[in-house]
Design a protein around this ligand. Structure first.
Ligand SMILES: *[C@@H]1O[C@H](CO)[C@@H](O)[C@H](O)[C@H]1NC(C)=O
Ligand SMILES: *[C@@H]1O[C@H](CO)[C@@H](O)[C@H](O)[C@H]1NC(C)=O
Ligand SMILES: *[C@@H]1O[C@H](CO)[C@@H](O)[C@H](O)[C@H]1NC(C)=O
Ligand SMILES: *[C@@H]1O[C@H](CO)[C@@H](O)[C@H](O)[C@H]1NC(C)=O
Length: 148
């Protein structure tokens, strides 16, 4: 008869959870740019119905890198160092492309950038400063261009 021991359900789900957490952690992307370059911080949400898009950097507290709500850029609470330096790669966010272009990077831009969205039907809250897990997390390093 059946000689193969069955993995107890609790153990199975624990394994699923642990593997899930490990792979979520690995999802952090590392990118390196030279100062003066424009960099694209890539992030892709599920298609359409994006109510709020927030790009943040953990060390900036409640100030945003970029905030977009109900189809409009929200300038309040944008960290001053990003004013006029960030833009959506695709202003229409077609196919859920919510990637951000950061222009003329400097050493001070190094850090971990996170992308979050609220989409219609998933959540009724309209407040920004989202508590949901990021859908993209990018560790940006900035180096001096060679020969300086
Ligand atoms: C990014 O760098 C961290 C530490 O520097 C490393 O643990 C991680 O595996 C790297 N992620 C990728 C996707 O290379
Ligand atoms: C960065 O983008 C700006 C405008 O979007 C452009 O004028 C500039 O040449 C770009 N810089 C580099 C280094 O590509
Ligand atoms: C890029 O930033 C540096 C200082 O951070 C500034 O001197 C320079 O004018 C900027 N370049 C552009 C094209 O905005
Ligand atoms: C981000 O990248 C820097 C430089 O490569 C590295 O020192 C740092 O440990 C990384 N941070 C994380 C959380 O992976």
């Amino acid at each position: 008869m059946a000689m193969m021991p069955l993995v107890p359900a609790a153990l199975f789900w624990t394994m699923v959870l642990v593997l899930g957490l490990v792979s979520a952690f690995k999802d952090q992307k590392n990118i390196t740019a030279e100062s003066g370059q424009n960099v694209t911080l890539t992030c892709r949400a599920a298609k359409n119905n994006i109510i709020v898009l927030e790009w943040s950097r953990a060390d900036l507290g409640r100030q945003y890198v970029f905030l977009h709500r109900d189809g409009l850029f929200v300038p309040d609470d944008q960290h001053p160092s990003f004013v006029n330096r960030v833009d959506l790669q695709d202003r229409e966010m077609k196919d859920g492309d919510v990637s951000l272009i950061l222009k003329n990077v400097t050493i001070n831009d190094a850090g971990i950038y996170e992308c979050r969205v609220i989409q219609r039907k998933t959540n009724r809250r309209k407040r920004a400063y989202l508590k949901t897990p990021p859908i993209s997390s990018i560790n940006l390093s900035v180096v001096d261009p060679p020969g300086e």
